[in-house]
Design a binder for this molecule. Structure first.
Ligand code: PLP
Length: 365
């Protein structure tokens, strides 16, 4: 016989009001053009599979290296830093979570610009941290003064930004990090598709943290590996709040192999960037306002055959594409996103199918 307990009464009050992060739809079955979650359309380096297979035997009975030390060293070599400047996470989401845990509370707010990566407020909600939202305007330029005056103790700033793909120059980031009284996290999930990145600023600012992921440019979203770069003081703080075995054995082995194969990563990231630039012009030529992207996505404002744009046009195209098994991402409920679609850059076949389906939509409307 089960004993009824008032379980919901036991949950913390702030947990009751939480909304879980809404990931992009993961369709079941074949035949989808899945360009909705900024995954890489190309396979990962063959060295990754080889390294994972080699780690698959008897050693799986042993816990992984709690520090992911081999990955830290590989990352440090790549960025010409010391392993003391590196932390490794179960995806960069894990590193972002550690940052929220270590640097924000109900009194010490976490700030982020809107629109940007929608996980930040979710992580803050779990921790019961207060948040400050700093709005972009349609030009999507850096809202420097508003950020500096926000009173946040830690800022999460995505560059290149998601969902727009807009990148920020090191000169503008330098001004921001210098003026901000707190930790600045530059979330560089998409940096390998961009012209510039902020790694050189680490030597100038002890309050700078950079987060990176192997999910995008390395085509390893399924492996769940990301990392943070920062001063040793920040890394030590993050290590204090980290789960002891936060990255599993196979992921550590695969990540080391992927990080070593830089030429492969650069080749596939370069292909994605070229396809992105081609479709930026395609959308612009259709008369669709599209942000110039430095990431693996395009944020574009569809215009229908009657010359109309807006939320209902974006929703209509989103549904039209979905019915034909082309999956893109739509962000409702915000004036700067609701008339746009975010299209992750796929391979040539996927982008051709997208483009043909858009043509049909324009003809049939
Ligand atoms: C800006 C940004 N940061 C971080 C992530 C998550 O990366 P990971 O797969 O390493 O957790 C994403 C994923 O979409 C992202 O868009």
């Amino acid at each position: 016989m089960s004993m009824e307990k008032p379980v919901s009464k036991y949950a913390l009050p702030h947990i009751k009001g939480l909304h879980a992060y809404t990931p992009g739809f993961q369709p079941k079955g074949d035949g989808w053009v899945k360009i909705n979650t900024n995954e890489n359309p190309y396979p990962p380096s063959p060295m990754v599979e080889e390294a994972i297979r080699a780690s698959m035997g008897e050693d799986l009975r042993l816990y992984p290296d709690p520090l992911s030390w081999g990955v830290r060293e590989a990352v440090a070599r790549l960025h010409e830093l010391d392993a003391k400047n590196v932390i490794v996470g179960n995806g960069s989401d894990d590193v972002l979570n550690l940052l929220v845990r270590a640097f924000s509370t109900a009194e010490e707010a976490a700030g982020f610009a809107l629109p940007s990566y929608s996980l930040y407020p979710v992580l803050c909600g779990i921790q019961n941290s207060s948040t400050v939202e700093i709005p972009f305007d349609r030009a999507m330029g850096l809202p420097l003064d508003a950020i500096v005056k926000s009173g946040a103790r830690i800022l999460f700033f995505t560059s290149p930004n998601a969902p727009t793909g807009v990148g920020f120059s090191n000169d503008s980031l330098r001004a921001l990090i210098g003026a901000f009284d707190g930790i600045v996290v530059v979330d560089e999930a998409y940096a390998d598709f961009a012209q510039e990145n902020a790694v050189e600023l680490l030597g100038e600012f002890s309050n700078l943290v950079i987060t990176r992921t192997l999910s995008k440019s390395y085509a390893l979203a399924g492996l769940r590996v990301g990392y943070g770069l920062a001063s040793p003081e920040v890394i030590e703080a993050l290590d204090r709040v980290r789960d002891s075995y936060n990255v599993n054995r196979l992921s550590q082995a695969g990540a080391i192999a992927a990080l070593k194969d830089q030429s492969y990563m650069k080749a596939i990231a370069g292909k994605v960037a070229r396809t992105r630039d081609y479709y930026y012009f395609e959308f612009t030529n259709l008369g669709w306002f599209t942000y110039q992207s430095q990431a693996n996505m395009l944020f574009t404002e569809p215009v229908n055959s009657a010359g109309e744009r807006g939320a209902s046009v974006a929703v209509e195209l989103f549904e039209y594409l979905k019915e034909r098994k082309v999956l893109v991402r739509y962000f409702p409920g915000h004036a700067l996103t609701e008339s746009f679609l975010r299209i992750s850059v796929g391979d040539e076949d996927q982008m051709l199918k997208l483009s043909e389906t858009i043509e049909q939509w324009l003809k049939n409307a």
